[in-house]
Design a protein around this ligand. Structure first.
Ligand code: SAM
Length: 222
């Protein structure tokens, strides 16, 4: 999602108190930043921020960071953020390709990927947020029990993500190809902007929850 270029978007974003500037300097120090030792969850590609706005209100015992690469999009999330009374939600304007420069090993408990860009051309598959390249980045920053939750209406992208997870030795903890009719997985579901748009068109929503495979101590990495 890239909105029309908004003049001054970058400057407005830089002044916003809920945008973390120089996030690389917070690597390994997010507990100090939030002033508590609650678990840290990220949404990568948070778009206009509806999901995180609701999630952060429902879960005051968790710290949240939304990551979005375009200022014009992030500004919409920041408008919502200004209306929220909570203290547990901040945003980064950042390309998640460099995520390991902002978070230390085991610093993150959960990563949400909602309706990530499909990048249909084969030569761009590495840019998919569920590609093996990204899974390997997440593996480095996730805590031992850390998980990734992924939702999409794109069946090809969902199949690709399952294959990449298997190829990377990740464990699938739960999966559905019809989230809104799954009696267990739909429990507590928060609709994102894209989820509402695509489900109104009649598309089924797929969801998977996965975590890096556990390697025995001393076992060599493939
Ligand atoms: N998650 C929102 C939703 O479900 O409504 C937005 C989905 S939109 C299709 C995908 C968003 O991910 C876009 O806003 C895009 O700019 C962002 N994005 C894609 N690749 C990214 C990356 N490498 N780092 C940060 N954001 C990214």
């Amino acid at each position: 999602m890239r909105l029309r270029n908004i003049p001054g978007a970058e400057e407005d974003m830089q002044k916003n108190p809920f945008v973390v500037k120089a996030p690389e300097e917070k690597k390994g120090q997010w507990r100090e930043f939030f002033g508590n030792d609650r678990p840290l969850s990220l949404e990568i590609g948070c778009g206009k921020g509806r999901f995180l706005s609701e999630l952060s209100i429902r879960n005051p015992q968790v710290n949240f960071i939304g990551i979005e690469k375009f200022s014009s999009v992030l500004l919409r999330a920041l408008e919502k953020r200004a209306e929220l009374p909570c203290e547990n939600l901040y945003y980064l304007r950042f390309d998640a390709e460099g995520i390991e420069s902002c978070f230390a090993p085991s610093e993150v408990s959960r990563i949400y990927l909602n309706f990530s860009d499909p990048w249909p051309k084969a030569r761009h598959h590495k840019r998919r947020l569920t590609s093996r390249e990204f899974l390997s980045r997440y593996e480095k920053i996730l805590a031992p029990e850390g998980v990734v939750e992924f939702k999409t209406d794109n069946v090809k992208l969902f199949d690709f993500s399952l294959e990449e997870a298997e190829e990377s030795g990740w464990e699938i903890l739960a999966a559905t190809r019809d989230l809104h009719r799954d009696p267990v997985m739909r429990e507590g579901n928060i609709m994102t902007e894209y989820e509402e748009k695509f489900s109104l068109l009649g598309n089924r929503i797929c969801k998977l929850v996965m975590r890096p495979g556990r390697k025995l101590k001393g076992e060599p990495k493939e």
